[in-house]
Design a protein around this ligand. Sequence first.
Ligand SMILES: Nc1nc2c(ncn2[C@@H]2O[C@H](COP(=O)(O)OP(=O)(O)OP(=O)(O)O)[C@@H](O)[C@H]2O)c(=O)[nH]1
Ligand SMILES: [Mg+2]
Length: 565
Amino acid sequence: MGILEKIAEIEHEISRTQKNKATEYHLGLLKAKLAKYRQQLLEPTGKGGAKGEGFDVMKSGDARVAMVGFPSVGKSTLLSSMTTTHSEAAGYEFTTLTCIPGVISYNGANIQLLDLPGIIEGASQGKGRGRQVISVAKTADLILMMLDAGKSDQQKMLLERELESVGIRLNKKPPNIYVKQKKVGGVKFTNTVPLTHCNEKLIMTVLHEYKIFNADVIFREDCTIDEFIDIIQGNRVYMTCLYVYNKIDQISIEEIDRLARKPHHVVISCEMNLNMDYLLEKMWEYLALVRCYTKKPGNAPDLGPEDGIILRSGATVEHCCHALHRSLAAQLRYAIVWGTSTKFSPQRVGLHHKLDHEDVIQIMILRLLMLVVISSSAKIEGAKKKEEKFFATYGDPECDYDVPYISTNPLGPNIECQFLPDNFLDCQQPQAISQNLQTNSNGSVNSNGKLPGECLKMGGARIEDVEFTDVICQVLYCIPCRGERQFLRKTPCIKYTGHYFLSTLLYSVLLGVAGVDRFCLGYSAMAVGKMMTLGGFGIWWLVDIFLLIFGILLPADDSNWEPYY
Ligand SMILES: Nc1nc2c(ncn2[C@@H]2O[C@H](COP(=O)(O)OP(=O)(O)OP(=O)(O)O)[C@@H](O)[C@H]2O)c(=O)[nH]1
Ligand SMILES: [Mg+2]
């Protein structure tokens, strides 16, 4: 007996068997057997069926939509009206015999629309070109089930059954059941919710039919036995589907109303061009594509209708990196995202952050690594050019903080630049005004006597003695802060040039006779004198120690003692 007959027999048996508690196990067993035979039919072990000539269409664009339907429902007419591709349409059945691809440009995305031959009842068993059509449909992101509004609802059921029988599940989520086969230990069954559609015994029966004797099974959802069989089979495809009723020009307005109100339904007329915009909108909604705009550091993002990258729903920063450049994800340091996917806008995120529609993303990479990667693969000269080109396209990876970040939000992530501690700033050194006057070319001094950074007097040990001046400070590169990045900061007229009090005192006590302390402080001439006289015969040596202790002898360059020893 061939597989087809076996299937027919089981189907007959299922239809004959009454559904009640007593026959529940018998039916479960039959369903499992049926699924197994269908699987064998779809994947023949022998030479296999005829090759799908004319069906191997390259995947292109951002998403793929396949039209499936009975012959002469207007699939080719829809393709011709929605895309620039022409597909032969005629009043007789099986006008189209191969897969014809067209492209729809919508919201900046290119959506590939496939016109397929009509399928008939029994397509799943290979009637007509059913098998090829279904295998192409499986590769799509969305199925448009084309139906003739003039015909009965029977056609929808028939088509659904054909697709169901080859493992395509329409508008359903994968059931939340966990099955893990093991080598030993028997079957361990757990359910986290009460089961109303099946029980442990039925599940065991099905498992035995599949010759699974050792496994962990966890039901996290109240599923039916069919859904459980789907999980065991493991090759089910869960797809979204839009039911498109064509030729609404031929039916009454009440009928149109009835059809249009059903879930996942769209009513159109290709010939009269009715409701085509809505169909496009719905297709976009069902494809659930995500468009992200990239932004170069320091530049505003391009938000035009053609800009941005199109990603699948649930896409992460990693997908976005792959879409830009294949090596980008490996070098990602972090990404900055503006939009609804983050708690704060902008926010730093990692590789696994999920992006939302219309997010703006800025990718920061490891610049050094980038250089190493490129230079190891090519000569340095070529690598540099490559890197320049890369940065011109994706922006300087370092940072874009050199554009003043003006925000009035007190809870914002950045502090005011003026409040940054000194280690984040590059500040001018205060200078004694006498030196400055000498170098000043025009020789004029400001009305208040001082320019930024100028001091009339340097040094001082007590706060009352110290003079203050304003110096120009610049925030260091790559340090984020709010407001102007260059500002004046009040600074004491003190400089440090590496003189330590304690070491100098020790020099003075131990080596004062040789004038080492005076050498260190920068009084070279006096030091030579002190050395020649062997510390002024001991008197100069003692005097210097006292001068040091009382703070009268200080470094020759007006600098202060370093505050730490
Ligand atoms: N009244 C009406 N007729 C339509 C409409 N759309 C298509 N048709 C007609 O339906 C017939 C079949 O159209 P096709 O586009 O060839 O149908 P198909 O689904 O591609 O058919 P196959 O390629 O044979 O599978 C043609 O004669 C079209 O003129 C419509 O909106 N209203
Ligand atoms: Mg056609």
